[in-house]
Write a protein that binds this ligand. Sequence first.
Ligand code: ADP
Ligand code: GLC
Length: 476
Amino acid sequence: MRVLSVASEAVPLIKTGGLADVVGALPGALAPLGVDQRVMIPAYSGILESLGNVQEVWADWNLYGSHVRLFKGRVGTTTVLALDAPQMFHRDGGPYAGAQGDYWDNPERFAALSWAAAEVARDGMGDGWKPDILHAHDWQAGLAPAYLHYYGSGGVKSVMTIHNIAFQGVTDGGRLESLRLPWHAWHPDHAEYHGNISTLKIGLALSDAITTVSPTYAEELMRPEFGMGLQGLIATRAGALHGILNGVDDTVWSPEKDAYITTYTSRTLDKKAENRAALIEEFGLGDVPGPLAVVVSRLTWQKGIDLLSEALPGFIADGGGLVLLGSGESSLEQAALSAAQNWPDRIGVRIGYDEALSHRMMAGGDAVLVPSRFEPCGLTQMYGLKYGTVPVVAATGGLNDTVIGATPASLGANAATGVTFHPIDGIALANALRRLTSLYRDRAVWPHLVKRAMRADVSWDGPAKAYAALYGSLAE
Ligand code: ADP
Ligand code: GLC
């Protein structure tokens, strides 16, 4: 079984969020199941250099006025296809935006990626490789299933994965031609979306199967509170929709092997305590008698970080501490910095993106907070489980599917792996942190909770089987 996975980011080459982790991990998780998955991403500045030895496998001499080439290289055991179009992908800034905001030609940049993906899927590449399935991730790849639908699929089936419905690739309807869509794509059952075009919508409408990254989010997506306008379309495609949880790549995230930390297992939790002490020292905090909570997150409305302002005073008064790493909306960054100023002994904040620090935090924290208003899957709560850093999560999306909240019954059955709360507001979060603190103080309970969390299965084994089964059923 051959699968071409198309996305705008993939670990370890380029990452802005969990999408990259998942796209980067899938090929390795699928290989033992006999699925040969290649990953196709844009060749942003530096990508070809990171790949090293590359070979040209496809070219188009006039895609958006550019000479565009597809290079094949490897990272670890994964074959990566990098779409080289310097005019489109070499920019000062991130993959989607620079200092002036989103790049004006994002629709065309990712249409080019999707076009090249559909072409090589349909016709095969220079090295003879041709996939059975094209797997498109998020709005950036949403046009790829559409191109297969309109211009011939060559027998290739398509899967469209929703990592986050909040990003829909909405652009002006006048771009239909520029996005290489035929005029009949301008229809509410295809690309037309309230007078605009949505590249996610068209991918959802025209792919053979749809997946999203947790079973709970799959159900939520059909409701107006979560579907963000696409709930109706998704409901009509319910029969083709599959909720498949993400996993954790344990070559990257494992407390037993992690090169950034003092390693530990559930039998050597004294070593975890060394990581805690080091983290407190790194952030210049004083004594933290209660639980030390960590947050590693994009700072956006989705992530519910603003709810902390209501919950923190009580948590700190009860002896808790907080270390936060993230970047995003400036009002949230400012609020975090001023909390650190108010409680310098108990709260430490680092604005920015820091892979190594995120590992030290996961090892050194007692708890990881994920108070998201919605969360398709979420990865940091799963890292928390693996690292015995008890997740405190809003009961939504993948958070709901990965954490078993502590109640008298779940604790009695030794099933609890964290603390969950609902509704998703500041009061419920404050109550959850109070529960966390009392669990932490109860020495007859806490070590068991930590060890139980570490036993939770957050591997790719089950999810990889589910993807392999889906690919198999489509290819039949
Ligand atoms: P999302 O993709 O919505 O941002 P996820 O929980 O799925 O949320 O994935 C976020 C990923 O990005 C995780 O791997 C997390 O560790 C990482 N991450 C987020 N912010 C930072 C940061 N400031 N520094 C380092 N890693 C970060
Ligand atoms: C998105 C979601 C996140 C999910 C990630 C990977 O960024 O916000 O919940 O874990 O994609 O699927």
